[in-house]
Design a protein around this ligand. Sequence first.
Ligand code: COA
Length: 164
Amino acid sequence: MRGMTISDVDEVLSIEQAVQAYPWTRGNFCDALESGYLCYVEEMAGELCGFAVLMPGVDEAELLNMAVAAAHQRRGLGGAMLMAMLKLANEMRLPRVLLEVRASNLAAMALYRSLGFVEISVRRDYYRNTKGSEDAIVMACDIPSPLTSPPLAGDGNKEERDNG
Ligand SMILES: CC(C)(COP(=O)(O)OP(=O)(O)OC[C@H]1O[C@@H](n2cnc3c(N)ncnc32)[C@H](O)[C@@H]1OP(=O)(O)O)[C@@H](O)C(=O)NCCC(=O)NCCS
């Protein structure tokens, strides 16, 4: 994994447009880079095959976007990138990572749960879709410090929070 640069945006955008029904625009990626968000890409044999964008805050970080090119999915890349984002947050002493995901995105939710994210609230009708709208599921991962392994199911980090 390495930092994303402006010259990666064409390839990042082509992955985004291929795998997301409602993709970020070029402007969204450029804004993320200009804002100093933590933007990373994953390469294999010189080919860009995934990316992740993490927005650090005061007490927590938010995973704004991540995707893996279709040809590279289900090989552990998404999990590796997500784990790297948790490590980055941990290094910045941000103990919690939040994200929002479409309620229909079962693949992403399965990935997030596998690394210790739990559902903390629902934003009703937050995203548009072909039927009009769908809910956003808000998920959070409390990062154990030091982070030595994924915060797996069964430890204290999987408990449901009461703020949503
Ligand atoms: C979500 C996404 C990033 C996962 O990337 P990936 O590299 O395929 O994920 P991994 O191979 O690391 O999968 C890790 C685990 O997540 C779960 N998972 C991933 N894809 C899944 C799928 N299609 N169906 C069910 N579970 C899935 C599984 O538990 C998987 O472990 P397993 O393969 O041992 O069963 C990828 O599917 C993607 O880019 N989707 C489109 C963009 C997107 O939805 N981004 C997230 C919201 S912004």
